[in-house]
Design a protein around this ligand. Structure first.
Ligand SMILES: Cc1cc2nc3c(=O)[nH]c(=O)nc-3n(C[C@H](O)[C@H](O)[C@H](O)COP(=O)(O)O)c2cc1C
Length: 190
């Protein structure tokens, strides 16, 4: 597959088969993650690989609670219907944890100090693309509270769980989504 087919063919997967993922495959996905760019090449990420059903259950039940809470607050109907069972069915979930101390010179700019998050996002995208290239489905999941996830994963207070990447063989077809044309989103200036 060429890079453009990989980029366009990747879809968020919300239903996984129970088949385990070999350690070597997880290692390949993590190797893709760390080749993401980062400010001053600070590499502000750490990864926690979760395979235990017990930990997945805890993440799932916290997501259920938060989902109900956000549904009450927002009234968004889709939140009431949103099913997070994929947190139980994904054979592997990789937590991506960012280190705010490893942000770039942006920490001296008002409103800055977040370039480490951009770098971690780039690492996540590399993981999703690598997973797709290896025939796996993936989901970038963020419906969690930072402090709750810190406690579940035993992350130090200075570091920030930013994303949970669910990985596994997809069960069924992913949701079809559309994109607006890139040129609709683009302005050329001189
Ligand atoms: C920063 C970020 C956070 C996301 N968080 C969630 C999430 O918490 N739960 C979820 O089901 N999908 C989540 N997604 C996936 C998006 O819903 C999905 O990318 C979008 O609907 C487009 O679909 P596609 O990934 O198949 O192209 C997230 C995506 C991004 C980039």
């Amino acid at each position: 597959m060429d890079i453009f087919s990989i980029i366009k063919g990747r879809r968020s997967c919300r239903a996984f088969l129970p088949e385990p993922i070999p350690k070597e495959t997880i290692a390949m996905i993590l190797k893709a993650a760390v080749w993401a760019p980062s400010p001053m090449n600070a590499q502000p990420w750490e990864f926690i690989v979760i395979t235990s059903q017990e930990t997945k259950k805890t993440i799932f039940s916290e997501a259920e609670t938060l989902k109900q809470d956000l549904f009450q607050k927002s009234g968004w109907k889709w939140l009431g219907r949103y099913n997070v069972d994929f947190l139980l069915s994904a054979p592997v979930i990789v937590a991506v944890v960012g280190d705010p101390d490893k942000t770039g010179a942006d920490k001296f700019i008002e409103g800055g100090g977040i370039a480490y998050q951009h770098a971690c996002a780039a690492a996540v995208q590399n993981m999703l693309l690598a997973a797709h290239a290896l025939g796996l489905g993936s989901l970038w999941f963020t419906l969690f509270e930072t402090e709750v996830m810190r406690n579940i994963l035993g992350v130090a207070s200075g570091k920030v769980p930013l994303a949970m990447v669910c990985l596994g063989k997809p069960s069924g077809e992913p949701l079809q989504v559309y994109r607006k044309d890139a040129l609709e989103k683009t302005r050329f200036i001189r």
